[in-house]
Design a binder for this molecule. Structure first.
Ligand code: F6P
Length: 436
């Protein structure tokens, strides 16, 4: 039942055991959302990560249920739910004992007794336990969660939406009767209160756990578009050369003007959008007609082709056949001599992902083929190993809008704009990226 996907190359430090992340909280507080976001982030970074969702075990074994099944006074319901929870736990422990690295146990775990059992099982097997409790008392957020995720659950197949929502509220009330919030003597935990408004941390130790704290502190639920685009066509693109720091061609400059029109239509108020470029000329020049000051990030620079920088693919094949063969065999892991691999690119983009998550305004990222493939893989929840072959053509804007569990995608192939001729072509004043 685990959703583990990537074949990880990243090692957990020997002094940092495998981790069981144990979710805690009432229904409709965003536990599954948080579990999936952690899974997406860590899988993208290369850790073998799996989610064990007890609700799925329950439905697979006992079918769909309405609220009375969750009544703590319903003995057969209690028994079935305990069984599903223990089956998921056993599978998770077995998976972690094998090649799993981080498991996320996605369940309410609302009682001390249940949490003690989960913790004991994991610690006995040598895994570190980190509880993540999600607390939220905001009725609007809870109702939104019910409407956006619970009504599409197999528990409510073919049910009237209002009737299903009322049933789910009754289910929450059953859990409220037995809920014992996490206490300080229960081990390491991270508590998120009010949809990411506050994070409390206790006894958290270890590199990966610290990264999770940082990640969760920056998650929020505001939906805003993220636009990804490669720079306009460069002189190197036109001749099939890799890398370098070339200027745009006339066609590339026309694309930059089309991009400005695209953005003006969507964000007429210049303060309503954040623009990032790499530090390379072709990306900075593409931002030039936007008339807004972009942030230039070195982390967004194109994959470093090392000794192949400035060559064409046919030249590499002819002059360095071993590079061509090795890269074709494993494009994701292959590191150009004195350059980078896709795997390296993902590691250098990690801090940038935190910044992407923090943004609440629409965000336009003007980058390059390989770096944008890596960002796209994160945002669209693609296995990282697929990213070297994702299609990201020139002169196309990819619009990604976060939804409950991933992103909606739309692509805009922009018609070439007119050749630039005026103020809008003046190079923008670059700002260094924001710190923190
Ligand atoms: O060709 C444009 C480019 O951005 C090069 O600078 C870069 O080396 C290449 O794309 C990355 O794509 P791939 O990994 O498919 O070679």
């Amino acid at each position: 039942m685990a959703l583990a996907r990537s074949r990880a190359a990243i090692q957990i430090a020997p002094d940092n055991p495998k981790i069981a992340v144990v979710m805690v909280g009432l229904p409709a507080r965003g536990k599954s959302y948080t579990a999936r976001r952690i899974e997406r982030y860590l899988s993208w970074l290369g850790y073998r990560t799996g989610v064990f969702n007890v609700g799925e075990y329950r439905r697979a074994r006992f079918g769909a249920h309405r609220h009375s099944f969750f009544d703590p006074d319903n003995a057969s319901g209690e028994e079935a739910r305990w069984r599903a929870a223990m089956d998921a736990l056993e599978d998770m422990v077995r998976w972690l004992a094998g090649d799993g690295q981080v498991a996320i146990y996605d369940a309410t775990n609302t009682t001390r007794m249940r949490r003690a059992r989960v913790r004991e099982c994991c610690e006995r097997a040598g895994f570190q336990v980190l509880f993540i409790e999600i607390r939220c008392d905001d009725p609007t957020i809870i109702e939104d969660n019910i409407r956006s995720t619970k009504l599409s659950s197999p528990d409510y197949e073919d049910a009237d939406p209002d009737e299903a929502a009322a049933d789910f509220r009754a289910r929450i009330a059953h859990y409220e009767r037995v809920y014992q919030p996490l206490e300080e003597d229960e081990g390491a935990y991270l508590r998120v209160t009010g949809a990411g408004r506050g994070v409390t941390v206790r006894d958290v130790d270890g590199y990966l756990e610290a990264r999770l704290v940082f990640f969760l502190m920056n998650l929020h639920l505001s939906a805003r578009p993220i636009w990804l685009t490669r720079h306009g066509e460069s002189v190197y693109n036109a001749s099939g050369l890799l890398g370098g720091d070339p200027d745009l061609t006339p066609a590339g400059r026309r694309y930059a003007r089309s991009l400005a029109e695209f953005l003006d239509e969507r964000c007429p108020d210049h303060d309503d959008v954040v623009i990032w470029t790499s530090s390379l000329k072709r990306a900075v020049q593409t931002a030039s007609p936007l008339d807004r000051a972009p942030w230039a990030w070195r982390a967004l620079d194109e994959i470093d082709a090392g000794i192949c920088d400035g060559m064409t693919y046919p030249q590499i094949k002819e002059q360095m056949p071993e590079v061509h063969t090795a890269r074709t065999a494993d494009k994701f892991r292959y590191r150009y001599p004195r350059g980078e691999s896709y795997e390296d690119v993902i590691q250098r983009l990690d801090p940038l992902i935190i910044q992407v998550e923090r943004q609440t305004k629409p965000l336009l990222i003007i980058g390059h083929q390989a770096v944008l493939r890596a960002l796209y893989a994160y945002l669209m929840d693609k296995p990282p190993s697929e990213c070297p072959r994702l299609e990201l053509p020139l002169h196309t804007v990819i619009q990604l809008t976060p939804t409950a569990y991933a992103c909606d995608e739309q692509r805009f192939e922009l018609p070439p704009g007119l050749e630039g001729d005026g103020e809008r072509d003046i190079l923008p004043s670059l700002q260094p990226p924001p710190s923190g």
